[in-house]
Design a protein around this ligand. Structure first.
Ligand code: SAM
Ligand code: SF4
Length: 324
């Protein structure tokens, strides 16, 4: 099996692909209330271009592809892209990160196309807090998305929760969810350099872990499939696990296996470095598959060893533009 390596001998086998920069929500930590100026349709990779780039990337050693955005489910016929990506290699691990609000209507089609697992972002299980955080979202829609994903047989279904100060008061809601449904809840530290609220809202994941101990002993456990940098724990009575992702308080750069492709076709080797290469332009200028492969290699050769400790230095774009 071929593999891609960066200059620090890390194997790069995971591509995060933003299929759009658009979103139907306006989460306070990710977007300003008025949204972000949209890219022109002409400047976004077509499904054909994505499939071509992925074919080369998979041939070179990428074995996991995550579709993200913006909100990936606002892009038309995403199931067609999933089917096309799934056809590249039967063993390819395809996943999706979504806010879930449009998932109920699409879950079955996506599963039929080859999507096996999904991460759904829900930062509060209280209708009023959810509305305040997303500005425009309805919690009911996101929860229907969770139910639809489970009914469609997706496994694991993970719930992503960005840790913000309100959470401490609302932990019992997530515990009830874990007792009711076989989902995995992951608490993710807020990264202010690519966010739209300031760093004073940051709460360490460790604080949430401590607060959760009041619901029972957390025991370290094996991760569900597609674990990435999270540490997982079991809690008595919960049907799924609890995970913590701590990009701020503890570095996982030494184990980073990621490459990103933005909706406008920029290869980006590190979330926190503004370095990008314009793959879209190379493809539209008649680049061959060998040129695509060479561009991937050049991009990886610029992958930094680490982000040097997160500071509030601007990474150039917000998460919705890079594909969080
Ligand atoms: N719209 C989809 C969603 O919300 O799941 C996919 C894109 S969103 C940018 C991907 C993930 O990044 C979400 O789980 C979101 O909560 C998270 N995110 C966005 N901005 C963040 C930040 N500044 N710090 C930590 N996580 C962030
Ligand atoms: Fe949209 Fe996801 Fe950003 Fe929320 S976190 S605004 S759902 S892209």
């Amino acid at each position: 099996m071929t593999s891609l390596k960066d200059p620090y001998a890390r194997s790069i086998d995971y591509l995060r692909l933003a299929v759009t920069d658009r979103c139907n929500l306006r989460c306070v930590y990710c977007m300003p209330a008025e949204g972000i100026p949209h890219l022109d349709h002409a400047d976004i990779l077509t499904y054909e271009e994505i499939a071509r780039a992925l074919k080369v990337a998979v041939g070179a050693g990428i074995s996991k592809v995550r579709l993200t955005g913006g909100e990936p489910l606002v892009r038309k016929d995403l199931d067609c892209l999933v089917a096309e990506v799934a056809s590249l290699r039967p063993s390819l691990d395809i996943s999706l990160t979504t806010n879930g609000t449009l998932l109920a209507a699409q879950a079955e089609r996506l599963a039929a196309a080859g999507l096996r697992r999904v991460n759904i972002s829900i930062d509060s299980l209280r209708e009023d807090t959810y509305r305040r955080l997303t500005r425009t979202g309805r919690l009911r829609d996101a929860l229907e998305g969770v139910e639809a994903a489970l009914e469609a047989g997706m496994d694991p279904v993970k719930i992503n929760v960005v840790v913000l100060p309100h959470l401490n008061e609302e932990l019992e809601d997530f515990i009830s969810l874990l007792r009711r449904l076989p989902v995995h809840v992951r608490f993710i530290e807020y990264m202010s350099p690519c966010g739209t609220i300031d760093g004073s809202f940051y709460v360490p994941a460790q604080e949430i872990k401590g607060a959760l101990e009041r619901f029972g002993e957390l025991r370290r456990c094996r991760p569900p499939r597609g674990a990435g940098p999270a540490r997982y724990f079991e809690l008595p009575g919960a049907r799924g696990t609890i995970g913590f992702i701590s990009p701020v308080s503890s570095h996982f750069c030494p184990h980073c296996n990621r490459l990103r492709l933005t909706a406008d076709g920029k290869l980006r080797p590190c979330l926190f470095s503004p370095f990008e290469i314009d793959l879209l332009r190379i493809m539209r200028n008649g680049g061959s598959d060998a040129d695509i492969l060479e561009t991937i290699r050049v991009s990886l050769s610029a992958k930094p060893r680490d982000h040097g400790g997160l500071t509030d230095e601007d990474p150039g774009r917000t998460m919705s533009q890079i594909g969080g």
